[in-house]
Ligand binder design. Sequence first.
Ligand SMILES: [Zn+2]
Length: 299
Amino acid sequence: MEKFKGEGVIDFFDKFQTDLDCLEYLAFRKWESGYTCKKCSHRKYTIRKSNFARDCNRCHHIESPTANTLFHKVKFGIRKAFVILFEMSATSKSISSSQMAKRLTIHRSTAWLFMHKVRISMKSSESMPIKGLVTVDEFVFGGQEDLKPGRSNDSKKKKIVAAVETDAKGGIKRAYFKKIDDYSSTSLITIFDTHISTKPKISTDKWSGYKPLMKVYNITQTKSDKGNTFFEMNTIIHQVKSWMRSTFSWMHEGHIEKYLDEYSYRLNRSNYKESIFDNLVCRMIKHQHAGLKDIKLSA
Ligand SMILES: [Zn+2]
């Protein structure tokens, strides 16, 4: 078995023709570096032909390829789940859960729940903070929004802070987003602490909320001249807003960060499209099972 590479839709459907093909792939990626029985730690097993599960040779505990992963309890067919992963990783924009449901003839709420599980696996590991050139700025989304970047205190709008890493030529390398309740330094610091190392040169506008963070971070403040100073940042803000507006008819405030995680995941891997689908499969395998209660908002 070889890793799936690329963005080719024909290649994809050639490789994954049945649910069993997908289960075999999951088993291959899950136990690539060896199998250990979860119950007795024995390392020898027999493969069950019906679903590629591992049957422990000592205690006969059976572990399926989907057990303890985000594919657990997928009732609509693992191949359809693979199509969702392919759509959300290898294509540039993905689609809404209602469109996905129509395409795959599954219930809309089923598509909605599974796509949120995929977004959970897409969340940044937060283990590679930005060390290069970075710009931080805030924007709003929703309500009667205008398209201008910058702060607004309209309570109907969702407030978001973004960090965009660029290379020396101004090319965009990575972008991260966090939903914030207000523009205070206590709210703004979350994106710094999560995604930016204390070393790089960070550009912000003249907003006073960034001032207290200058004790820890190397921040240079520049007057924002209607967006020209932050060209790359404004490009990203424009793209993420138009993606959210055109793809999803409605977005609950409590879920907005998951959609932003999805956007970041694809954007930050634009140079690694060859391996993006396989990477997402592995993330789904490594992530513990999540159910509706983990995704539904408690409010
Ligand atoms: Zn065992």
